[in-house]
Design a binder for this molecule. Structure first.
Ligand code: ARG
Ligand code: GLU
Length: 696
């Protein structure tokens, strides 16, 4: 009996090693380090994060605030996803130089293309500053008073933090405001485009294959970080030189097999793993559905027009991808929550929590939390949906409405303080220029007709023929002149007249009511987090993603999404050819790639079975923002590039289920194969350090 118990114990530990989690890199010693070792890692916590010596973290950069990238050469070469560099690739694309369609490869440093506004940020060190930030905060204060002390303490702390002149600091809240960390960072702003495969490789399968396995996408692009002559961050200058990093990742040529250890290191954006059941129900049954419908209505127009014209395809590429990505994700999320009975399971968990409160004499202190959540969400649901619908219609899908929205903000700023006219004008001019850079009025009018009915009964598409906003010059003209004249012109504009009452209502009633009803939920979520940790102290807690650097680890694993179906963890070039549809906008395959497949010209990039691997799956717990994150092997070498999750597991932002949640990575050998054999950019391969960790 004792023997069985011991075996069972180990079994439980083994399984729980796969339970997910996004861990803070400076706190891996102890539990995480042991668990990683049990999964096959040979890395120590210090190999991953070290303040005094170089470590893996020095190679991991936050790419433009939304994705992750990693340094792969001593000359500051970085790798990220194709979809992360998509905006930059699009910006350099024209009908003559269609880098989206044909790909782009700089054959030397001089050909690398600068990208104004793009930045990559590294973490110098992380400090727990909870005590200083919460100094003077106590339960007798209101939420607002607490917040103001927290902000004040944080600002004071940042002023006295030791750092170099070229470094920055920021403070982030963890565990719903129960813990605070300070980050010292370095931000590089001269980032140049080095290479990108054609969309038919980098976005192969497009929306049909997005969030889905089996996957065959070579979702990568390459950039280079430039620094000043002291190797410090600097604005773009032709005199800047390639950055010499503290650490870069060697690239493994030995690939992966099922069960191999994988560590994904990056900047996950947002998760909500500790929601009450009532919140999951609201999000999946009430909130997601109309947002899905609005995006679907917009995509109907955009997709059709993009197929009709190359000029529109280039203009709307990024925007379409952005809208389509979460449209599809929400559908998958809803399906997954439903199929895995996540709401019932969360209710069962809540019963366990309630029992634990009783057993620990905590009912008086925390027993009101769950009933209170029920009440608050009932009250919050309608306004949350209404506010989000406004955002989807006015700010995500329709461009004319976005322009009027920014114009409204302009009017508010100028009315409040006429002295700010020039500043406000510069800002609206920037917005108009950036929207018009990729604007097509027929697309936008079609979107308007399709999405507006989700928000109002008052639909008037004739404003498109009367407004000045649909043409850049006339739009800029509206804002020319003295404040009084500008506001008069603006208020005479047909689109502005149409939109203004709705925008006004958004600010004065919708957003206001939303904030009032959301604030107690946020405060209660903080209390709930604290209660969970007190009532169930032996459970494992990791902080929700908040765009800070995290480690998630696991193993290469397939999965069984339904009865009798098992997905192998590795896909191959053969699958690209299987999916090939000549001339199709999603599944066309470049001729050169088909040729390489035919002649089996694979160099050293094939697997043991003689096939070129394309993508593989892991049990790493990832989310949006982890795009471009390196997948690192047991010894610290680069083996893959994270870019997606599987359809059945997209719910993992609220409900990580180790059985079916998998992240999808591009195999680094496919990246090397495309760079070397497809693009002939062998000088980039020569910069890297290629290793054979399995053939020692
Ligand atoms: N789903 C991935 C992510 O969330 C990839 C998106 C880019 N690909 C696409 N077909 N839109 O960002
Ligand atoms: N594609 C996502 C991104 O852009 C990562 C995949 C995910 O959400 O898991 O960050």
């Amino acid at each position: 009996m004792k023997y069985i118990k011991i075996v069972l114990f180990f079994f439980v530990v083994q399984i729980s090693a796969q339970q997910g989690g996004m861990w803070i890199p400076s706190l891996l010693e102890g539990m995480n380090e042991q668990e990683m070792t049990s999964l096959g890692s040979k890395l120590t916590a210090k190999d991953i994060y070290n303040v005094n010596n170089s470590s893996l973290k020095d190679a991991i950069g936050h790419f433009n605030g939304g994705c992750t990238s990693e340094i792969i050469s001593p000359k500051g070469l970085i790798l990220t996803n194709h979809h992360c560099g998509f905006g930059q690739i699009q910006a350099h694309s024209t009908l003559e130089n269609d880098y989206l369609k044909d790909g782009f490869w700089a054959m030397n440093l001089n050909e690398e293309l600068p990208n104004p506004g793009l930045y990559v940020e590294f973490i110098v060190r992380i400090e727990d500053v909870t005590d200083s930030v919460l100094l003077g905060v106590n339960d007798s204060l209101t939420e607002r008073e607490k917040q103001s002390i927290i902000t004040k303490n944080g600002n004071a702390l940042q002023k006295t933090t030791e750092k170099e002149a070229w470094q920055q600091t920021k403070i982030k809240s963890f565990f719903q405001g129960n813990q605070f960390f300070l980050f010292v960072t370095e931000r590089f702003e001269d980032i140049r485009l080095v290479g990108a495969p054609p969309t038919n490789i980098g976005k192969f399968g497009s929306d049909t294959d997005n969030w889905v396995f089996p996957r065959h996408t070579g979702d990568f692009s390459m950039f280079r970080i430039y620094a000043d002559k002291n190797n410090h961050p600097a604005k773009y200058s032709k005199d800047n030189v390639p950055y010499k990093p503290k650490h870069f990742l060697p690239v493994s040529l030995d690939g992966v097999e099922e069960g191999d250890f994988t560590l994904v290191f990056g900047f996950p954006g947002t998760t909500d793993e500790y929601l009450p059941a009532v919140a999951i129900k609201h999000i999946t049954q009430e909130y997601n559905p109309t947002n899905i419908a609005i995006r679907e209505a917009a995509l109907k127009v955009i997709d059709a027009k993009m197929k009709e014209s190359d000029a529109i395809r280039i203009k709307y590429a990024s925007k379409q991808a952005r809208i389509a990505n979460y449209w599809k994700k929400w559908i998958g999320e809803n399906l997954g929550i439903q199929k895995s009975n996540a709401i019932e399971k969360r209710q069962e968990f809540e019963a366990t929590f309630t029992k634990a409160l009783q057993e620990n004499n905590l009912t008086e202190k925390y027993g009101n939390i769950l009933p209170e959540f029920d009440k608050l969400y009932t009250d919050f649901a309608a306004i949350n949906i209404k506010r989000r619908n406004f955002i989807e219609v006015f700010l995500v899908t329709n461009e004319l409405m976005s322009m009027t929205f920014r114009a409204y903000q302009f009017e508010q700023a100028v009315t409040k303080n006429p002295k700010d006219l020039d500043k406000a004008r510069a800002s609206i001019e920037n917005t108009l220029k950036s929207i018009h850079k990729n604007y097509d009025v027929t697309v936008d009018k079609g979107v308007f007709e399709n999405v507006m009915p989700f928000y109002t009964k008052n639909i008037d598409a004739t404003i498109y023929d009367k407004t000045a906003f649909t043409n850049l010059n006339t739009a800029l003209g509206l804002f020319n002149g003295k404040a009084k004249k500008v506001l008069k012109k603006l208020n005479n504009d047909a689109a502005y007249q149409y939109a203004k009452p709705m925008i006004e209502a958004f600010y004065t009633s919708i957003n206001k009511e939303y904030s009032e009803k959301n604030a107690p939920i946020v405060a209660l979520q903080k209390e709930y987090m604290k209660a969970l940790m007190e009532a169930l102290p032996n459970a494992r807690y990791f902080p929700d993603a908040n765009s800070t650097l995290r480690v998630t680890y696991g193993q290469v694993r397939g999965y069984a999404p339904r009865d009798a179906v098992y997905y192998n963890p590795v896909s191959y070039l053969d699958g690209v050819i299987e999916k090939y549809i000549p001339g199709d906008y999603e599944f066309d395959v470049p001729e050169k790639l088909r040729e390489l497949y035919k002649t089996k010209n694979y160099g050293e990039y094939a697997d043991k079975n003689g096939k070129v691997p394309v993508c593989f799956l892991g049990t790493n717990h990832t989310t949006g923002g982890n795009s471009g994150s390196p997948a690192i092997d047991a010894e610290g070498n680069l083996i893959g590039l994270n870019f997606d999750r599987v359809w059945e597991g997209t719910m993992s932002d609220m409900n990580y289920d180790p059985e079916i949640c998998r992240n999808i990575m591009v195999d680094l050998r496919y990246v090397l194969f495309i760079v070397d054999k497809y693009a002939g950019a062998t000088h980039l391969i020569d910069e890297m350090t290629l290793v054979h960790p399995k053939k020692k």
